[in-house]
Design a protein around this ligand. Structure first.
Ligand SMILES: [Fe+2]
Length: 341
């Protein structure tokens, strides 16, 4: 064999290795309840760094869970991403998730923001405090969620309906820490103070308050932050009429929830999927969440967006978020008994 032929032979071998190396980088199939624009840029960065392709399927939380259940072992999904720990717990109970043991994840995700057995991991923190119309309420009139049941707030509170999982999770957190009777008495008092039957989403509560229908709302902060940064001046002006109040700072802290991710029981690309989970919990990804989605990072070492920084820091409830799922059914029944529509 001539020298040049031998070199071609080696080159051929190298090319063969390269071409097998490309598919070996593999792919991950992700079912996401987050809107595409709130996750896709991160996935693209992950692909650029790892060579692992991510196939994204977005849908509504309940629809994705149903789909996973129906597909069973044949599901192409490797990961399920949702915007609420309660739903991840539901997915776990439905048997569609698998436990993950990852040293990196256990280091990156604080213990109260993940399932104790590794069935799901929180990726961004979503605080649900009180917001108030600054022209009508002074911050020193506010203190705790519990105090919103006081008669002083009669006809002054707007909050979305009880079929919303954010409210169910708030109530579940109270059941976990204060028990059913105290939480039920509170919910009844709160409902008695509603300015109107619950309607719309969190943004709609802000709009209603700005329009004078109520003085106090309970909302996830990223909605208010998004409104403040909205290109629509009406949204911006409405949001500017409100300020954030961090309740329960003397006791358990503000109710928080997480968006999070779990490996599916049907996952066929497990190692790649875990790599993506670890990436989403990394510093770079956490910074992106904080800046783009106006959510709080899972680690306090990561800086928050300008809008969030202006609201100051807060003490978050340290309740293990698996409890939100654990008490979800009880919360739904309790809210129904309290007349929370
Ligand atoms: Fe939301």
């Amino acid at each position: 064999m001539s020298v040049s032929k031998r070199w071609y032979g080696i080159l051929g071998l190298v090319l063969a290795l390269v071409s097998t190396a490309v598919p070996a980088a593999g792919e991950v199939n992700l079912y996401s309840a987050r809107k595409e624009e709130l996750i896709k840029p991160l996935l693209d960065k992950f692909t650029a760094e790892s060579g692992i392709k991510v196939n994204l399927v977005t849908g509504k939380e309940d629809a994705l869970l149903e789909r996973l259940k129906n597909e069973g072992r044949n599901s192409p999904a490797d990961l399920l991403l949702t915007s609420d720990a309660g739903r991840l717990h539901r997915a776990m109970e439905a048997g569609v998730l698998a436990a993950v043991e990852s040293k990196a994840l256990n280091t990156l995700v604080p213990a109260h923001y993940r399932d104790p057995k590794g069935y799901w991991y929180g990726l961004s923190v979503r605080a649900r405090p009180i917001a108030y119309v600054t022209a009508k309420v002074h911050a020193n009139e506010l203190s705790t969620y519990e105090a919103l049941a006081d008669r002083k707030w009669k006809g002054r509170i707007c909050v979305r309906s009880s079929d919303n999982i954010y409210n169910q999770s708030l109530v579940a957190s109270m059941i976990a820490q204060r028990g059913v009777p105290a939480t039920e008495a509170w919910a009844k008092g709160l409902v008695a103070n509603f300015a109107r039957p619950p309607v719309g989403g969190d943004r709609d509560q802000v709009t209603a308050a700005a329009a004078g229908q109520c003085d106090v709302v309970i909302i996830n902060t990223y909605y208010l932050a998004a409104m403040l940064n909205d290109s629509d001046p009406a949204q911006k002006q409405a949001a500017q009429k409100l300020a954030v109040f961090w309740p329960n700072q003397q006791d358990r802290g503000v109710h928080v929830n997480v968006s999070g991710v779990g490996l599916t029981a049907a996952a066929k690309n497990g190692p790649h999927a875990v790599k993506l989970m670890e990436y989403l919990a990394s510093d770079a990804a956490q910074r992106w969440y904080a800046e783009t989605n106006h959510e709080y990072p899972i680690r306090t070492s990561i800086p928050v967006s300008k809008t969030l920084a202006a609201w100051g820091s807060y003490r978050a409830d340290k309740l293990g978020l698996d409890k939100l799922g654990h008490y979800n059914a009880e919360a739904v029944k309790l809210m129904d008994r309290a007349g929370w529509k």
